[in-house]
Design a protein around this ligand. Structure first.
Ligand code: CA
Ligand code: CA
Ligand code: CA
Ligand code: CA
Length: 300
């Protein structure tokens, strides 16, 4: 018993010692910042297939509120018929990208630093590969603008084009919605909404990449002929003042500047880079990953 107590005290001492160490072990380095957002608002706007829903963010309140319909939740909608591809191949291979990077969020408490840089770097890389790029940064990236630009992207692309979507900003897992992006005006954009949007895409060459916290739920958009690279799954994504980018994005760009010529190799390179980066810090665990449902290599 005495031995047990002594080892318990030793463990507690060790734990408090480790906790007292800053996460940064190298001198003269600024702390990396997690791109996490904690949802504390009592009412939360969420993009859904039926438009914006304003959800009450207190479980006990939702129990008390009368629900529409028969009291068993919302009236059920008739299922949507599957949509046929609207824009068949036209014989001209065009390349379209939408790059979103949000460092400046409404107010000051949620601002980040390098998400707009991430979007700019994706834009210049993709421009160099012949893409027509639409970019939304900071105050431009409202929920309404994000939806409008995704709609434009989907109406431009057809059945032989290339499509790239990049997002850097806050990410969070929120209740039943799971992984969400966050617009500059603080609307939650759930993976389910995103998936349903891109179900209407015609392109057989689609690449998504999201450098945000807890963003792994967006992998459900990676259906056949698509590839997705994610700065996190359930963990946080980080930005580092020494790299002046999101960490995952930084290594994606470094990959393109070395010898990668396809999204698969570049994704693997960035995953390795981010894992090596995290290994220099106490207390930082990362879980970047990619999903490849694209036959062969997808060359930008
Ligand atoms: Ca085309
Ligand atoms: Ca701000
Ligand atoms: Ca289309
Ligand atoms: Ca592949």
């Amino acid at each position: 018993m005495r031995k047990f107590v002594i080892s318990l005290i030793a463990c507690m001492f060790l734990a408090s010692f480790l906790a007292s160490i800053s996460v940064v072990d190298a001198e003269n380095k600024e702390n990396p910042v997690a791109r996490i957002y904690i949802e504390k608002r009592p009412i939360v706007p969420v993009l859904t297939e039926d438009g914006v829903e304003w959800e009450i963010n207190t479980d006990s309140y939702t129990e008390l509120l009368a629900k529409p319909g028969n009291g068993k939740g919302k009236p059920s909608k008739p299922p949507k018929p599957p949509e046929e591809p609207q824009d068949p191949p036209d014989g001209v291979v065009e390349k379209y990208a939408l790059c979103i990077g949000i460092s400046d969020y409404e107010g000051t408490g949620n601002d980040l630093n390098y998400c707009d840089d991430d979007a700019q770097e994706w834009k210049s890389f993709l421009n160099g590969e012949g893409y027509t790029v639409t970019i939304l940064t900071d105050g431009q990236a409202t929920a309404a603008n994000i939806e409008a630009k995704i709609n434009d992207l989907l109406s431009n692309e057809d059945g032989d084009d290339y499509v790239v979507f990049t997002y850097s900003g806050h990410g969070l897992k929120y209740k039943k919605h799971g992984s969400c992006m966050l617009s500059t005006d603080l609307y939650l954009i759930p993976h389910k909404w995103f998936k349903s949007k891109f179900e209407n895409a015609d392109s057989p060459h689609i690449y998504f990449t999201l450098d945000a916290c807890q963003i792994g739920g967006f992998k459900d958009s990676i259906t056949t002929n698509r590839l997705g690279a994610f700065g996190s799954n359930n963990q946080y994504s980080y930005e580092d003042p020494d790299l002046e980018n999101g960490v995952f994005t930084y290594y994606q760009m470094e990959g393109w500047n070395t010898n990668n010529n396809n999204f698969e190799d570049d994704s693997a390179y960035a995953i390795q880079g981010m894992q090596d980066w995290a290994s220099q810090y106490f207390g930082i665990t990362v879980d970047p990953f990619y999903v490849d449902n694209y036959a062969g290599d997808m060359i930008p």
